[in-house]
Design a protein around this ligand. Structure first.
Ligand code: PEP
Length: 255
């Protein structure tokens, strides 16, 4: 089923006890809402927080995500955290291919494809990120760039795996900049992504895949963005660290 989703990406922020407090506040709020399986709230937390946040929330109300996973199953990869380790902490999701991983840690499309495989092998649901840089939008290659990122990442992903995948479109120029894509720009790209999925997997899978928008989403712009037919919610960075803001964004997917 195509779900409306608000996913927070805390990035490298908060200490575990602060993260637990934030997660509890979100959990308490979600508890007051009418439960409907059409909606989902996910918290993308640092590795050190996963276990504690999983224990602090009701996993029927709030799901937990890692922000990455290793491209290997296990072995001599100092500093890496495997999909199996993440799953063993009852964490259900992993953000894969975030532009900050691509930009600062060398995550290429090939690496991202391997990380996706690790997620599927270990029953983690990936949130696959894509998005163009400012110069790519300015020279009008944004559709081409996003298409390449998606097709390269999904190269070995069959229909069954695709059904367990969320896509997040995050134009790099809008992440952490306060500069949001206009609802028209976001809708146009989301529709394009759905067309790519339809060509590869057929209309049914394309229409049941949740495609999130990310890039300076906040309580003021969320409703306008989420009211577009192909925008199924948001991947939220900065605003996910403030409970009031994040709660307002959760409300925006339900309006
Ligand atoms: C993100 O980190 O995925 C993100 C969209 O960040 P921000 O909302 O701060 O732009």
């Amino acid at each position: 089923m195509r779900k409306k989703i608000v996913a927070g990406n805390w990035k490298m922020n908060t200490l575990p006890n602060e993260g637990v407090e934030l997660a509890k506040t979100i959990n308490e709020y979600v508890k007051t809402l009418n439960q409907d399986e059409k909606y989902k709230v996910i918290l993308g937390v640092p590795f050190t927080h996963i276990d504690k946040v999983v224990q602090a929330v009701d996993l029927n109300l709030v799901s937990v995500s890692a922000q990455d996973c290793a491209m290997y199953e296990s072995g001599a990869y100092t500093g890496e955290v495997s999909a199996k380790m993440i799953k063993s902490a009852n964490c259900e999701y992993a953000i894969i291919g975030h532009s900050e991983r691509r930009q600062y840690f060398g995550d290429t499309d090939e690496v991202i494809a391997k990380k996706l495989e690790m997620c599927y092998n270990n029953d983690l649901f990936p949130i696959l990120c894509c998005g163009e840089k400012l110069e790519e939008r300015e020279n009008n290659s944004h559709f081409e760039v996003v298409e390449k990122q998606i097709l390269n990442a999904l190269i070995n992903v069959n229909s069954e795996k695709m059904q367990n995948t969320i896509i997040a479109y995050e134009p790099v120029w809008a992440i952490g900049t306060g500069k949001t894509a206009s609802p028209e720009q976001a809708q146009e790209m989301h529709e394009f992504i759905r067309k790519i999925l339809s060509e590869k997997y057929g209309e049914e899978i394309a229409n049941t895949t949740s495609i999130l928008y990310g890039g300076s989403v906040n309580s003021k712009n969320a409703k306008q963005l989420f009211s577009n037919k192909d925008i199924d919610g948001g991947l939220v960075g900065g605003a996910s660290l403030k409970s009031e803001e994040f709660i307002a964004i959760i409300n925006a997917i339900r309006e």
